[in-house]
Design a protein around this ligand. Structure first.
Ligand code: KG4
Ligand code: ZN
Length: 344
């Protein structure tokens, strides 16, 4: 089965070709991602209308490029997979319309895919991972523990009750005058910082469940920053580094401890093969990765972090999710609708 995938739910326009041969792991033949960071930079966040227009302009080009990179044509493709939600509705609509057009023009099947399912199934595209596995999805927009029982069966064990960690990294970077995206900037600055200089909270660790909160932590950084500025008249490079290191350590501690709790729940379901997987842009953070790896090792669990290009938003994960789900469900038809909200 060879599917062409499309993704346009946030600020990346993407197309990819993924082929699965019987009895083999699926292969990404091409994966094209066109970001929009510079279009939104002066607004301090993604502007939905600008994003939707950019997706509509770029989708065709991404499809052409994905086909060219794989040296294939539409005639070779068996069907189309598209993110049908959740996400910014204008962008999701652009993708769904494009996929419907391709399906109608070629007479080939169309699969609407949940974006979160795409992230959650990615480890099976890159590694030999069997169900059930535990997935920690941590990005700019999402933060949840999912017990993945099968291609269309996900059990949510907990998640953030306010900001996603990536969002918090971005906001904290702004607070301490580091560039966007905040995650990589904070990770870099933290290398020269002392994580213990400022006492920052570890929110919700007193609660036994797997829920998390990052908004209060961000406010604590704001207060600490203001105190330093009051005392010294400004932030030095060392102050920035220490705040970055302290914040990163707090996020790492929260994610690691809540992962420990989610793993305990998961182990009841997975007596033999145990795997902790992580996906989303925040998974790029080395300190967080090391924290999660240690927790997994403590309970004899394998730890899988797919390569960053497949961890962040991309269309290969959407094509692959449709391939996995095609064993269990019929394709969609041209009545497929775009869903801004679509819990797993
Ligand atoms: O998955 P992603 O590319 O997009 C969505 O949010 O859907 O994730 C982007 C987020 C941004 O908030 C960015 O700051 C964060 O991931 N991020 C990081 C790192 N690299 C990217 N956060 C912490 N450490 C990093 N190294
Ligand atoms: Zn995503």
């Amino acid at each position: 089965m060879l599917l062409l995938g499309l993704e346009s739910s946030c600020d990346d326009t993407a197309a990819a070709l993924v082929r699965q041969l019987p009895g083999q792991r699926a292969l990404v033949l091409s994966s094209v991602v066109v970001g929009q960071t510079e279009l939104h930079a002066s607004f301090g966040g993604v502007v939905p209308e600008i994003a939707a227009r950019a997706h509509a302009e770029k989708l065709d080009l991404c499809v052409e490029k994905a086909l060219a990179e794989a040296a294939l044509t539409l005639a070779d493709v068996d069907g189309f997979a598209v993110t049908a939600g959740p996400g910014l509705i204008g962008g999701v609509l652009s993708g769904v319309m494009c996929a419907k057009g391709l399906s109608a023009a070629t007479g080939k099947p169309l699969y609407g895919v949940n974006h979160l399912a795409g992230h959650a199934l990615t480890p099976r595209l890159t590694d030999d991972v069997s169900y059930p596995y535990l997935m920690l999805l941590v990005s700019g927009g999402h933060c949840q523990f999912l017990l993945v029982h099968g291609p269309d069966r996900f059990e949510r064990l907990g998640g953030t009750i306010d900001d996603a960690p990536g969002e918090a990294f971005d906001k904290v970077a702004r607070l301490i005058s580091l560039p966007q995206p905040g995650g990589p900037a904070i990770e870099q600055a933290a290398k020269a910082g002392d994580p213990k200089r400022f006492a920052l909270p570890r929110p919700l660790l007193d609660r036994p469940d797997c829920d998390m909160s990052f908004s209060g932590l961000k406010t604590a950084v704001l207060r600490t920053r203001d105190k330093v500025i009051d005392e010294k008249g400004g932030l030095s490079v060392q102050d920035q580094a220490d705040l970055a290191a302290g914040f990163q350590a707090a996020v790492t501690d929260v994610l690691a401890e809540k992962t420990r709790r989610a793993l305990r729940k998961y182990l009841d379901h997975a007596p033999d093969v145990r795997t902790l997987c992580v996906a989303g842009g925040v998974a790029a953070n080395k300190a967080i990765g090391r924290g999660l790896e240690t927790v997994a090792a403590d309970v004899d669990c394998a730890f899988i972090a797919p390569p960053l290009s497949l961890c962040t938003d991309n269309a290969a994960m959407i094509a692959f999710a449709a391939i996995e789900q095609s064993q269990l469900r019929a394709p969609d038809d041209l009545t497929l609708s775009a869903r801004p909200r679509w819990p797993l």
